[in-house]
Design a protein. Structure first.
Length: 310
């Protein structure tokens, strides 16, 4: 039995993420891959507002084109709200308004951030009083990146990315994101990775059990962007560039204009460039913007999904 906590609007902000490191294991019989990844939550956010309602509905606004997003039961935020309602025995629904700034199908977990924010908002609105652990169990049922969007910070993800271990990161890291005007299908990128690995003319070593390199953890612990730049890696990057060859040129452009290193975030097509400091990041953002790229300066790590009052 639950008691509604509030009839007022609940506002929750959740971050997008960058995959600083990503190893992908062999494809499993169920079609999925085990991964080992280092996540960092960054200051590009999704804002979710929730009101009690008899039905479940969602609407969108924001700085990205949301015209192609579904608003029916297939939407991940709606699925999150319904899952929480079923779990907690809530009879009512919710009206969601989501202000999106994380690119859609961009490899930054925008949909996962929406789902995490919805879980936090509905938990507060309905007064379900689920524990943090219980919310994480629900998050893992919704998608591999949803638990991290709940927790934020910096973490190591294993399994399908949903088994999280916090990673110590000192200081703040500055990134410039080159946001694409198109998306990449995550299944298509993994499929291209499998195709490349099956190509006998391009032998690729695949570990049976992927792990995050110790150099990544050491660089994060030291708060050293140069050491982290040397440790950045993404097994999905060659596949993403094969599907969107222009990403290779963007990578070269960013590194030519002062980035310590660049990497495809997740399955792409967002390119994340690590800068020495805030001033260097601003200079890089200006250079990429002059090349007519949609460039955004962000920092991390930042907190996960959290109620806001502004």
């Amino acid at each position: 039995m639950t008691i509604a906590a509030t009839d007022e609007t609940v506002r929750v902000r959740a971050p997008g993420k960058i995959n600083l490191f990503m190893r992908v294991g062999e494809v499993q019989p169920d079609g999925y891959h085990d991964v080992a990844t280092a996540y960092q939550a960054v200051s590009l956010y999704e804002d979710v507002r929730a009101w009690p309602d008899d039905e479940f509905s969602v609407g969108f606004s924001g700085s990205v084109d949301t015209s192609g997003l579904p608003t029916d039961a297939s939407n991940l935020a709606i699925r999150a709200a319904k899952l929480l309602a079923r779990t907690a025995g809530v009879p009512g629904g919710v009206r969601l308004e989501i202000e999106k700034h994380v690119p859609i199908a961009g490899g930054m977990g925008g949909g996962s951030a929406d789902a995490a924010a919805t879980l936090v908002a509905c938990d507060a609105m309905w007064g379900t009083a689920l524990s943090k652990e219980e919310l994480h169990v629900l998050a893992a049922k919704l998608g591999a990146d949803v638990p991290f969007a709940l927790s934020g910070g910096t973490a190591i993800g294993t399994g399908r990315g949903d088994r999280l271990s916090p990673a110590l990161a000192t200081g703040s890291f500055h990134w410039v994101l080159a946001l694409a005007e198109f998306g990449l299908s995550t299944p298509a990128v993994y499929g291209e990775l499998d195709r490349q690995r099956a190509d006998k003319t391009r032998p690729v070593a695949v570990g049976a059990s992927p792990v995050v390199a110790a150099s990544v953890l050491q660089a994060l612990r030291a708060g050293d962007p140069r050491r982290l730049a040397d440790a950045l890696h993404n097994d999905l990057q060659p596949a993403a560039i094969a599907l969107a060859p222009g990403l290779g040129g963007i990578l070269e452009l960013g590194e030519a204009h002062g980035a310590l290193a660049g990497i495809v975030s997740g399955s792409g097509p967002t390119m994340a460039f690590l800068a020495e400091d805030a001033s260097s990041a601003i200079d890089l953002q200006v250079a990429l913007s002059a090349a007519r790229l949609n460039a955004v300066h962000v920092h991390g790590p930042v907190h996960g999904a959290r109620i806001t009052y502004a």
